[in-house]
Design a protein around this ligand. Structure first.
Ligand code: BG6
Length: 477
């Protein structure tokens, strides 16, 4: 099926000289251009406060360096020249949006006709409100959509205030709150796996599922992001933002269609059914050495690790625990969902020591790190004269199974969807507010951080949190 092409656009990147633009947005836009998925006519205008202003020339050079370092497509040849010629810069401050307004008007004139505007707010969360205000005051918000980065607020009150500020300028239908995990192929594939096939749905419930783990360990530390991280922490940076969204896809009821409304309504019902977090079932960790990072307080209580138990109290999931874990400086980078089914009613078979030690079998594992894979783990008879079971696995790997020519990275996919006006994979104001609401007990009364060694899997109390089950990662332990 041919991919739809967005209408003509002027794309404005706030935070164009920042880290996200360098690592993801500029390389991603160029990759979309190379893949023929950008509008027929477009301009990309980088923006930043006046003290960071660049000339068009310098912005093109900045973008080229970014694409060279982080892009999957290298910045060469006619494709790069065409992309580079669409890049411009326009500084903007709340008191003086003039250069940006002029750059947008010039771009629209060059394109001719009625180009849409899309603003990507790749700025620190504290600046969302003032940039949205600037867009409203300067008239730039007309005929526009806005992509807002995360975290959207830091608690319920700030998320409500931010939604209010955004809605004073934009209608909800123009707002695209981005969560790049929802743009990952294998996260979307959860929907296909569950709802395009008939074999899982009958068992996808409390009658058959014992518990679910969503486990996203990272090996990276805070990588020079001390200032952001110290004020944010892993719970806000990863759990509220990414892992709860993945949980929404795992736990939702079948939507009636793939429309943005149906999908987001079903996800919302999951969030509504999520119980306020119980701090007795939360572990906050901090890696040893974090307090010595430049910009971090020597007494910091910011968590670089969080593990928690979540309950979704509805007819499908009552009594099934969802265990979420993520952290920095851990032993391995993985992005994994493990759904463990209940065991057979009668256990007749002798099982190999390893299979019994590791609780092998009855698991569906979804690895959603690009390119992603899905495995079912089960017990099978070991060949030989005795009836004894050993561990077996069937795996589907994206990398081996489909042509990867059309593969887009999370951000690329989502920027494309936003230009197409499809909000299915973006978070909605009520969803985000509900997630902060259920997080309130933890935010108001956080347990002290427990230290863990870099390269480990978190503080020791994670085992108590999940007992009588065990964490499936690392795979072989
Ligand atoms: C970001 C977080 O949103 O996601 C980072 O701010 C985290 O702290 C990153 O490392 C993980 O994303 P990815 O693309 O590596 O899956």
């Amino acid at each position: 099926m041919a991919s739809p092409r967005p209408d003509d656009h002027v794309i404005i990147l706030f935070g164009a000289t920042g880290d996200l633009a360098k690592r993801k947005l500029l390389p991603g836009l160029f990759h979309l251009a190379k893949a023929g998925l950008m509008p027929e006519n477009y301009r990309v205008i980088g923006s930043a406060p006046a003290q960071f202003a660049l000339s068009d020339e310098d912005f093109r050079k900045h973008a080229k360096d970014a694409v060279r370092e982080f892009g999957s497509s290298k910045p060469t040849g006619a494709a790069w020249d065409a992309f580079a010629s669409a890049l411009h810069f326009g500084a903007a401050d709340p008191k003086d949006p003039g250069p940006l307004v002029a750059a947008v008007q010039a771009a629209e004139k060059e394109i001719g006709g009625k180009a849409r505007r899309i603003f990507h707010l790749a700025v620190p969360p504290g600046a969302f409100g003032s940039v949205v205000g600037l867009l409203g005051d300067s008239g730039l918000a007309e005929n526009a959509r806005v992509i807002i980065e995360k975290p959207f607020g830091t608690d319920l009150a700030s998320a409500r205030a931010l939604n209010k500020a955004v809605h004073a300028v934009f209608d909800e239908s123009q707002v695209f709150r981005i969560d790049h995990f929802l743009g990952k192929e294998s996260v979307d594939n959860i929907l296909a796996l569950r709802f395009a096939n008939g074999f899982l749905e009958p068992i996808w419930n409390r009658d058959h599922i014992s518990h679910v783990q969503i486990d996203v360990p990272e090996t990276i530390g805070i990588e020079g992001r001390a200032e952001f991280f110290e004020g944010t922490g892993t719970f806000r940076d990863m759990i509220v933002t990414h892992l709860f969204q993945v949980l929404g896809f795992v736990a939702m009821e079948p939507p009636t269609s793939l429309s943005a409304k149906s999908l987001r309504d079903e996800k919302q019902k999951v969030f509504d059914a999520m119980q306020p977090l119980d701090v007795a079932h939360v572990v906050r960790g901090q890696y040893r050495g974090f307090r010595a990072e430049p910009g971090v307080s020597p007494k910091s209580q910011t968590e670089t690790f969080a593990a928690l138990r979540v309950e979704v109290d509805n007819w499908r999931w009552a009594g099934v625990h969802f265990y979420l874990r993520t952290g920095k400086s851990l032993g391995q980078r993985r992005q994994t969902i493990t759904v463990t089914l209940k065991g057979p009613t009668l256990r007749m078979f002798p099982v190999s020591t390893r299979a019994s030690r590791e609780g092998w079998g009855n698991q569906l594992v979804i690895d959603f790190d690009d390119p992603g894979w899905i495995a079912t783990r089960f017990l099978a008879k070991e060949p030989g004269p005795v009836m004894r079971l050993g561990e077996a696995e069937m795996t589907f790997r994206y990398a081996d199974s489909f042509l990867r020519a059309h593969e887009l990275e999370g951000y690329e996919r989502l920027i494309l969807e936003a230009m197409l006006g499809d909000q299915s994979l973006f978070t909605r104001s009520d969803g985000i507010e509900r997630l902060w609401e259920i997080s309130t007990p933890l935010l108001e009364n956080p347990p002290p951080v427990e230290l863990y060694s870099p390269g480990s899997w978190g503080p020791d109390s994670i085992h108590r949190l999940i007992a009588p089950h065990r964490w499936y990662l690392p795979d072989n332990h």
